[in-house]
Design a protein. Structure first.
Length: 135
């Protein structure tokens, strides 16, 4: 199982992003089921469409939202049930600077048994039990 981070989704949808090629390759592998089920935390969706709207406009953000939410190989995960656990991860982290949304990724991964996170955020490399994709 793999949890998606906004850095990969943003790069995947922006061909001008420095990580676009790696993100496209990673998302192709996600779609093929290489890591099993893909999880999309609600907070990651919010971050993704907000950044795309700021960088490329509301129309592009709406299209990204449509594509992501319409993906059959991705499970949308509401974050309200994970709020307390995300807050615990956020407050107790050592040696990382995870955002609250990133802390929710960790909480969801631990709860759902996900061993991978698709991200370009190096802070995830210090999270025990999570392998970063692309490596």
């Amino acid at each position: 199982m793999i949890v998606l981070d906004s850095s990969v989704l943003i790069a995947w949808h922006n061909d001008r992003d420095a990580h676009h090629k790696a993100a496209t390759s990673t998302m192709g592998k996600v779609a093929a089921g290489k890591w099993g089920e893909a999880l999309l935390p609600e907070y990651v969706f919010l971050e993704t469409v907000t950044v795309v709207a700021a960088r490329r406009g509301l129309s592009a953000a709406g299209e990204v939202a449509r594509v992501i939410l319409g993906a059959r190989d991705v499970e949308f995960v509401p974050c309200s049930p994970y709020f307390g656990r995300a807050l615990d991860v956020f407050r107790t982290q050592r040696g990382t600077e995870l955002s609250f949304a990133d802390s929710a990724i960790v909480a969801i991964a631990r709860d759902r048994g996900a061993a991978h996170v698709a991200t370009f955020d190096d802070d995830f490399r210090a999270v025990r039990g999570l392998a970063v994709v692309p490596a």
